[in-house]
Design a protein around this ligand. Structure first.
Ligand SMILES: NC(=O)c1ccc[n+]([C@@H]2O[C@H](COP(=O)([O-])OP(=O)(O)OC[C@H]3O[C@@H](n4cnc5c(N)ncnc54)[C@H](O)[C@@H]3O)[C@@H](O)[C@H]2O)c1
Length: 320
């Protein structure tokens, strides 16, 4: 696929971050887009911005859908085919995802299963719903977003990331399994798996929202106290301090990342255009991938693994 012009793309989680940028950049390149999100307002705003950048004849539609609910995914599919007057889609970006549920041992089961349902079942239901339409395209690409947590199952010392990593490993395994399956059974479709490192987005607050919580500033004392593990609470911190800490954590995650959402989306689109099936996004992702492959036994011995200060969050910097 040399160009996205004249194609029809589906983007899940199109209301924010990398999804919003994929919608905007695809539309700017003359690709019609059907974007969905859990958050109706944000996806409507993203579609409006994308229309502003799009050449005439490019159609961008916004849909509300929770990808962890198969009935909603099927309704989204039917809605977009009708609105785009199409019997196929050319590209599917299964990008929607949330974090949360770090500990399997001490965290809430409900939160664990919500994270896993969005990050894994959302990708699975979209593949089930859209694969026949990618086959009908004659030249389809399924692009599943995993993460560096799809090959490295932690956020560093003291920061387990169990539900997210389990789901992202599944997304990576499923996508890799499809490489040969598609080659054997539907050669007109290919698959790519995206593994971003740290990208500056609002995933921290969007994760809270997907778990039914308000923005940090509007949380009750009980909500904020329950959310932050006791061992991470600074001594003497009040609930007001914790609200500020959380808001700052979201701002830092977004504003201090080595890569912006726009840069990440451009890397993803370049990878898809070039035919790559394995798209690492960011130098941190490339370094971590190389480090884990070089020393698999040391994957969770952070000091041994991290030869760069930025490779492993929380690891002691060692010489380059
Ligand atoms: N930001 C990073 O550093 C990073 C790193 C690795 C992987 N990723 C992955 O990249 C993808 C995009 O993340 P982002 O950082 O742009 O996050 P983001 O929060 O900015 O965007 C994700 C969007 O998905 C939507 N969403 C959440 N649950 C949904 C559901 N059930 N149905 C439909 N939409 C839903 C959110 O409302 C949000 O608009 C995710 O899969 C994430 O896990 C992000």
């Amino acid at each position: 696929m040399d160009s996205f012009e004249g194609k029809l793309a589906v983007v899940t989680g199109g209301g924010s971050g990398m999804g919003r940028e994929l919608v905007r950049q695809l539309a700017a390149q003359g690709c019609s887009v059907a974007a969905c999100d859990l958050n109706a307002d944000s996806v409507a705003a993203a579609a409006a911005i994308a229309r502003g950048d799009a050449p005439p004849g490019t159609r961008v539609t916004a849909h509300t859908c929770d990808v962890s609910d198969e009935a909603q995914v099927l309704r989204f599919r039917d809605e977009l085919l009708e609105q785009h007057a199409s019997d196929h889609v050319d590209l599917v970006f299964s990008n929607a995802g949330i974090g949360g549920a770090g500990s399997f041992v001490s965290g809430s089961r409900e939160e664990w299963e919500r994270t896993f349902a969005i990050d894994w079942w959302g990708v699975y239901y979209c593949a089930r719903a859209f694969l026949p339409l990618l086959i009908a395209s004659g030249d389809g690409v399924l692009v599943n977003t995993s993460s560096v947590n799809g090959f490295w199952a932690t956020l560093g010392p003291g920061m387990p990331n169990s539900a997210y990593s389990t789901a992202k490993f599944a997304v990576k395994g499923f996508s890799e399994a499809l490489v040969e399956d598609l080659r054997s059974n539907a050669p007109q479709v290919r698959v790519a798996v995206v593994m971003p490192g740290h990208v500056g987005t609002d995933i921290v607050v969007n994760t809270l929202r997907a778990h039914g919580l308000p923005e940090p500033e509007r949380m009750t004392d009980a909500q904020v106290t329950e959310l932050i593990p006791a061992e991470m609470v600074p001594e003497g911190a009040s609930p007001g301090d914790l609200r500020r800490l959380l808001a700052q954590a979201n701002a830092d995650f977004r504003d201090k990342a080595p890569l912006s959402a726009a840069e990440a989306a451009a890397i993803i689109l370049d990878g898809v255009r070039s035919g790559s099936w394995r798209i690492l996004v960011g130098e941190d992702a490339k370094k971590l991938d190389a480090a884990v492959r070089a020393k698999p036994e040391a994957a969770y011995e952070y000091a041994q693994l991290g030869s760069w200060p930025d490779t492993v969050p929380g690891a002691e910097p060692r010489e380059r």
